[in-house]
Design a protein. Sequence first.
Length: 220
Amino acid sequence: MNVLHVLVHPDPSSDSSTMKLANAFFGTLMEAGIDDVTNLSLYQDKPPFLTAEALRYFWKPVADPGYIPSKQEETSANYAHKHMGDIRDADAIVITTPVWINSAPAILKAWMDQVFVPGNLFEIENGIVKPTHHIKSVVLLASSAEAYKENDPRDALVPLVRGIFAYIGIDDVQVAWADGQDERRYGPDAVKQRLESALEYAGELAEDMAATLMAPPAEA
């Protein structure tokens, strides 16, 4: 039962709302008996932006199975090959990220472009995506200075994450979001209340994830 924690924060040692969410979630997860966690800090092990060479390396063989990549194209896939095992071995994924200008930091999308590729989490046969992973649960932990309403058109984070996971057959992405964390705009009481609610929900999601991972396999 391996959980991959993708940390999208330039300062993991900070006392930010983002890191408080992560601490609450993983503290509860460990209390529930899940302690096999692989931590990947994207700012400490930065993914490159997808290049034309990497794009050809991973996607050209879908249309042309006989395609032979060049040495430059092979080299462009080094980061992806280094981290493919992290997500391929995962039973669950937790993404911890701040929200910048209504969306995710670009480094998160860069990582996704590297590992969400044919031959890793899915295959494409006759134009149909066939998942090959065994991910059972996905949780997004987020914080933002801005306050958002439900289905807010300004929110470009949740649709991004849900859309990419839906591509590999995962339609259930749970979100604990500490929004409205700007005391100057919303006042300290409102900020505190929003954070406490998000922390509580993060704990509930951790309990749900633990229950999912520890459940006996369904009978065939």
